[in-house]
Design a protein around this ligand. Structure first.
Ligand SMILES: Cc1ncc(CN)c(N)n1
Length: 232
């Protein structure tokens, strides 16, 4: 309460961080990739390239969640983060396997496809955050990755596309458990971040930049049809 008896409107720490990166955040959330995913017009070569890179993101991301489990300061948080790792290793991993089959992306083709700079950037950022062994630093990266995806998945009021490769990617980022996960991650960063403002702000900002670069890279590096087994 302030001196006049009305509640103080304070900005949440995570909101502050997002506001500091708002222009880039909005460019990512409103990206051509998101628009085309929702209206079903995204080219298979773009989707195949995006998912090939994102499966490497998933690999490094799982390791980062492991670091979050190790650095969390309560059992409650450790349990929630461990369930989060289970979700990524379960349903999300299955989505990738089905989508690679549907799009004709073979293991061989994935092996031969080099990283984009954005993928390498994410892998390095995840490693750097994990190496700090600081819960706030690790959370800052996790919050961006999941909150930004929740944001684009829930902002568009377009019906779900019919293609499961498109529709399931949206659903994986807009179901009740995912909303709860993002609420949890934000509440954790709101709690521990303000003690480590500079570090949190630095990791958060770099993660937002990479999210935008990752969407851009999907269009700069489509997976050409020549290398794929099935072209639909
Ligand atoms: C690049 C990126 N950023 C975030 C997410 C959400 N897990 C993802 N799958 N890929």
């Amino acid at each position: 309460m302030n001196t006049k008896g009305s509640p103080l409107l304070t900005t949440r720490f995570t909101e502050e961080l997002r506001n500091q990166n708002l222009r880039t955040w909005e460019a990512a959330v409103g990206h051509q990739f998101v628009k085309e995913l929702f209206d079903g017009s995204i080219d298979d070569t773009v989707m195949a390239g995006y998912l090939t890179q994102d499966y490497r993101f998933l690999d490094a991301f799982l390791a980062l969640i492991g670091a979050a489990v190790a650095s969390a300061d309560t059992l409650e948080a450790r349990l929630t983060l461990a369930r989060f790792a289970g979700e990524v290793a379960g349903d999300e991993n299955t989505y990738f396997q089905h989508s690679f089959d549907t799009l004709g992306v073979t293991e061989e083709l994935r092996r031969e496809t080099p990283n984009t700079a954005a993928t390498t950037g994410f892998q390095a950022l995840f490693r750097e955050a994990a190496d700090t062994r600081e819960y706030a630093a690790i959370l800052s990266v996790l919050v961006v990755a999941e909150w930004l995806y929740l944001d684009w998945a829930t902002r568009v009021s377009h019906p779900r596309p019919t293609d499961p490769v498109h529709a399931d990617w949206i659903t994986l980022h807009d179901y009740p458990g995912f909303h709860e996960l993002v609420a949890f991650l934000r509440a954790e960063l709101d709690r521990v971040g303000p003690q480590d403002r500079d570090t949190a702000g630095d990791f958060f900002g770099r993660a937002v930049d990479l999210e935008l670069a990752f969407f851009d890279a999907a269009y700069a590096h489509p997976l050409t049809e020549a290398g794929r087994e099935v072209v639909r």
